[in-house]
Ligand binder design. Structure first.
Ligand SMILES: Cc1ncc(COP(=O)(O)O)c(C=O)c1O
Length: 471
C-alpha cells in the first residue's frame, strides 16, 4: 500500500483524502459524464437516449459506450477555439490524435467535423485511409517508422510526415526520390520541456526516445539537412509535443519560446522562413475531482498570446499553428459499462476494510490504472440506491493483483452481483491500449445517439482469439 493511502484511512474505510464523501452516491458529478448521460425515470443511466440496461442486453458487458454527439461536440469545440484564437494571425488547424481511440467510424466523424487526423503507425494510417479520410489532412508520426510505413504515407499523399530523428531524414529523402515525390516534412524537436498535469519541468537535456534535440543543436542540423534536399524534401514546419494531461499553458510557454528561437535562428543562418508550427496535444481531462481542466477556449487564447508575444520579441510573423488533442476529445465522450461479479470485503487491520468489487473486464480494457497509476471514478449505473456510500476498489478478472480499474470510489453498500456499474472518461487510451491478457476477448465499442445503438467495434469472440493460433 502506498503511503498517501495508508495515511488517509479514516473511519472504517480506506478513502484517500482527495476523494470527497458523496452527498448523494447516485449523483452524476459535474464535468465527469458525457453530455447526454442522465438518470432515466427508472433510475438507470441513459446515454444518447439509450438505457444502460438496453445496451447490456443487446451488446453485453463489458462495453465501451461512446456518446457520439459528445465526441463530435468536443472535436468541433477544439476546432473552433483554436481557429478563433489564431484568426488574427495565419490561422490554426486541429488534428485529432488517433492514438487515443480510432476506428473507421470515428475517423469519419473527425472528417465530418473538419479536423485533421494524426496517426503514428501504419496501422492507424490504414484505419484512416480505410475510412476514406482525406490523406491531405493526415499527419503521420512515429519514432521508428519502417520504410514501408514511410512509403505508404507518401504514396497516399499525406499532409505531413513528422520526422523524428536525424537518421530518418535521409531515409525519407531516398524513398521520396524512388517515388518521384517531394515529401512534406515536419521536424519533431524536443525542447527539454516535459509537462504532466499541473507540473512541468524544463531541463537542458532530455532522456527520452522522441524527437530531435533542440538544446544539443541536432534540431538545427536536421533543418540544414532537410533544406539541403529540396528535390525530395519540403520543410513544412516544426513540431513539439510536451506531454499529456496538461491543465494550463505554462508548459507551452517555454516550449513555444524555444521552438520560435529555432525558427529565428534558421532564418538568420539559412535565410529560410519556417511558417508552420505544430505544438502537439496533451490537453488534460477530468477523471475525478482532483482534475480541473481548462476550457479549449482558454487554452487556445493563452497559447495564442504566448506565441504572438514571442514572435513579436523575435521579429517573426506568427506562423500557422497546428494542435493534436486526442484525450480531450475522445476521453470524456465514453464510459465503460461493466457487470459486477464477486464482491469481497477485505479486512485491512484495526477498523479498516476495503470492499473489492470485481467486474467482467479489467486491465485488458483499461490498463491505465495499472500502467499510469490513473485514478478513475465509478457509479452504480443500473439503478439508484439509498444505501450508505462505502469505499470500494473496482478490480478486473485478470490473474494479476495490479488488475485495478478504479482504485478508490464511494459506491452504495448494497451493491450486489449482477449490478451494472459505469466508469466514465474511458474514451482515450483504454480500448487503444487493450489486450487479450488471459485470453479475455476485447469488449465491444458502441456509439449511442438519438436512441440508437450502433456497433463501432464488435466484441471479440473465442474464434477471434484462436485465429492466430495455427499450431
Ligand atoms: C505527438 C503527439 N501528438 C498528440 C498526442 C495526443 O496527446 P493527448 O491525447 O494527451 O492529447 C500525443 C500523445 O502521446 C503525441 O505523442
Amino acid at each position: 500500500m502506498r503511503a498517501h493511502e495508508a495515511g488517509a484511512l479514516h473511519g472504517n474505510d480506506a478513502a484517500p483524502t482527495w476523494l470527497p464523501y458523496p452527498a448523494d452516491v447516485n449523483a452524476l458529478l459535474d464535468g465527469l459524464w458525457s453530455r447526454t448521460t442522465v438518470r432515466g425515470a427508472d433510475g438507470a443511466l441513459e446515454v444518447g437516449g439509450v438505457s444502460v440496461h438496453r445496451i447490456a442486453e443487446e451488446v453485453g458487458t463489458a462495453v465501451l459506450v461512446v456518446d457520439e454527439l459528445d465526441f463530435r461536440a468536443r472535436a468541433a469545440r477544439f476546432r473552433d477555439a483554436f481557429a478563433a484564437a489564431f484568426e488574427p494571425y495565419r490561422g490554426a488547424h486541429v488534428f485529432y490524435a488517433g492514438k487515443a481511440f480510432l476506428c473507421t467510424e470515428v475517423a469519419r466523424w473527425v472528417d465530418q467535423e473538419g479536423l485533421g487526423m494524426d496517426v503514428c503507425t501504419g496501422g492507424e494510417l490504414a484505419v484512416a485511409l480505410r475510412a476514406g479520410f482525406p490523406a491531405d489532412r493526415i499527419a503521420m508520426h512515429g519514432n521508428s517508422k519502417s520504410d514501408a510505413e514511410i512509403r505508404r504515407g507518401l504514396e497516399a499523399g499525406i499532409a505531413r510526415l513528422v520526422v523524428d530523428s536525424l537518421e530518418e531524414i535521409e531515409r525519407v529523402s531516398q524513398i521520396a526520390e524512388q517515388l518521384g515525390v517531394v515529401a512534406p516534412v515536419m521536424l519533431r524537436v524536443t525542447t527539454g520541456v516535459e509537462a504532466h498535469t499541473h507540473e512541468f519541468i524544463a531541463t537542458a537535456h532530455e532522456d527520452q526516445k522522441f524527437g530531435i534535440s533542440l538544446p544539443t543543436g541536432d534540431a538545427l542540423e536536421a533543418v540544414r539537412r532537410v533544406l539541403e534536399r529540396p528535390a525530395t524534401l519540403d520543410l513544412v514546419g516544426l513540431h513539439s509535443h510536451i506531454g499529456s494531461q496538461i491543465f494550463d499553458v505554462s508548459g507551452f510557454e517555454i516550449a513555444a519560446r524555444r521552438v520560435l528561437r529555432l525558427v529565428a535562428e534558421v532564418r538568420e543562418r539559412f535565410g529560410h522562413t519556417i511558417d508552420s508550427l505544430d505544438l502537439g496535444g496533451g490537453f488534460g481531462v477530468m477523471y475525478n475531482t482532483q482534475h480541473t481542466p481548462s476550457s479549449p477556449e482558454a487554452l487556445a487564447q493563452g497559447i495564442a498570446q504566448i506565441v504572438a508575444m514571442e514572435c513579436r520579441d523575435l521579429g517573426l510573423e506568427v506562423p500557422h499553428l497546428a494542435f493534436e488533442p486526442g484525450r480531450a476529445i475522445a476521453g470524456p465522450s465514453t464510459q465503460t459499462l461493466y457487470t459486477v461479479g464477486t464482491i469481497k470485503d477485505v479486512h485491512l487491520g484495526g477498523p479498516h476494510h476495503r470492499v473489492y468489487v470485481s467486474v467482467d473486464g479489467g486491465m485488458s480494457d483499461n490498463v491505465r490504472t495499472a500502467l499510469y497509476d490513473a485514478d478513475y471514478s465509478a457509479l452504480l449505473a443500473g439503478r439508484v440506491s439509498d444505501a450508505e456510500p462505502t469505499v470500494a476498489r473496482v478490480v478486473g478478472k485478470h490473474c494479476e493483483s495490479g488488475d485495478i480499474v478504479v482504485k478508490d470510489e464511494y459506491l452504495p453498500a448494497d451493491l450486489r452481483r449482477g449490478d451494472l456499474i459505469s466508469v466514465p472518461v474511458t474514451g482515450a487510451y483504454c480500448y487503444s491500449l487493450s489486450s487479450n491478457y488471459n485470453h479475455v476477448p476485447r469488449p465491444a465499442v458502441v456509439a449511442v445517439r438519438d436512441g440508437e445503438i450502433r456497433t463501432l467495434l464488435r466484441r471479440e469472440t473465442e474464434d477471434d482469439l484462436m485465429a492466430l493460433d495455427v499450431g
